[in-house]
Design a binder for this molecule. Structure first.
Ligand code: IPM
Ligand code: MG
Length: 357
């Protein structure tokens, strides 16, 4: 089993190092190969997704990704910015299904900005379509405005579009995920305004015929944003498009107290995947040794479960994470009075120690 390790920028290298430590502490040896990506790719090879890095990601059985981005690259031309690396990997590897679980660990109920009774027991799975929508739709750019009161001025434009097959395949992933959980699926759209999402809604409704055991409902994205902070426990599985999923998954992550706890999986049609923490590169705290490595460690567990067929090893890691939380160890982002504040390395070491038990 070969795993491509792409640490990236900011806190990426620190947190990925902890996940690698955990992988190396398992009974089975995996072949790990590291390559630069994002700003690091630009520094090393003049491109955020160097050819050799893409080739490694394609050849590997799975990809463990840290985070990309740093303010110092914000002035580069768009194709050279670090974010293009992750977009390029998603597109080139066909990673259309993004699974973002938002689980509240009981020990962290106090870390949420929402009242404990609103979030305790929270367990939502957001499934975000990842290779279509306005993120990738052509045409896009800046042009001369062709009509209306601003005719002749410059205008920026993007294209929102979804093909039927694109909607069908993500809907299947979502219905099947719901079957393995609470059997409830909420499809989030903006069918009241957008043609693309009326079409989305119609196709999801059609795919539902194949999954009569799953209860499907439809919700407009603005209402979904409101319900996520009002009564988040009403959701089981949410499926939505690329842009709405980007926004809603950040909101859902924060319900759990810290985005530093949440892993994610981006899968292709054969369950090959890229695994990354749901948070970003946090350049403001990079190098300080205080970043929370648990989202990345839990991403490695998801990788073992979904792409490498090693469910027992995934369980071991997830149980070890629960154990260190029960021991009261906390990185600063989840620290509360009465717990023990630890750094990135110490947290990684504690997970490795808990694995052994
Ligand atoms: C995410 C991120 C990315 C996205 C950025 C870094 C391109 O926000 O994975 O949610 O918008 O998809
Ligand atoms: Mg995002």
């Amino acid at each position: 089993m070969k795993i491509a390790i792409l640490p990236g920028d900011g806190i990426g290298p620190e947190i990925v190092a902890q996940a690698v430590k955990v992988l190396n502490a398992l009974d089975e040896r995996f072949e790990l190969e590291t390559a630069p990506v994002g700003g690091a790719g630009y520094e090393a090879a003049g491109h955020p997704l160097p050819e050799a890095t893409l080739a490694l990601a394609k050849a590997a059985d799975a990809v463990l990704f840290g985070a990309v981005g740093d303010w110092k690259y914000d002035t580069l031309d768009r194709p050279l910015r670090p974010e293009q690396a992750i977009l390029g990997l998603r597109k080139n590897l066909g990673l259309f299904a993004n699974l973002r679980p938002a689980i509240l660990y009981p020990e962290l109920a106090g870390a949420s900005t929402l009242k404990p009774e609103v979030v305790s027991g929270l367990d939502i799975l957001i499934i975000r379509e990842l290779t279509g929508d306005i993120y990738f739709g052509q045409p896009r750019g800046v042009r001369e405005c062709p009509d209306g009161p601003f005719k002749g001025q410059r205008e920026g434009f993007d294209t929102m579009r979804y093909a039927e097959g694109e909607i069908r395949r993500i809907a299947h992933v979502a219905f099947q995920a719901a079957q393995k959980r609470g059997k409830r699926l909420t499809s989030v759209d903006k069918a009241n305004v957008l043609e693309t999402f009326q079409f989305w809604k119609d196709i999801v409704t059609d795919v539902h015929k194949e999954y009569p055991d799953v209860a499907l409902d439809h919700m407009y994205v603005d209402n979904a944003a409101m319900q996520l902070v009002r009564a988040p426990k009403k959701f089981d599985v949410i499926v939505t498009g690329n842009m709405f999923g980007d926004i809603l998954s950040d909101a859902a992550a924060m319900l759990t107290g810290s985005i530093g706890m949440l892993p994610s999986a981006s899968l292709d049609a054969n369950n090959k995947g890229l695994y990354e923490p749901s948070h970003g590169s946090a350049p403001d705290i990079a190098g300080k040794g205080i970043a929370n490595p648990l989202a990345t460690i839990l991403s490695a567990a998801m990788m073992l479960r979904y792409s490498l067929g090693r469910a027992e090893q995934a369980d071991r890691i997830e149980n070890a994470v629960k154990a260190v939380l029960a021991q009261g160890l906390r990185t600063p982002d989840i620290f509360e009075e009465g717990t023990t504040k630890v750094g990135t390395e110490q947290m990684g070491d504690a997970v490795v120690a808990a694995l052994a038990k």
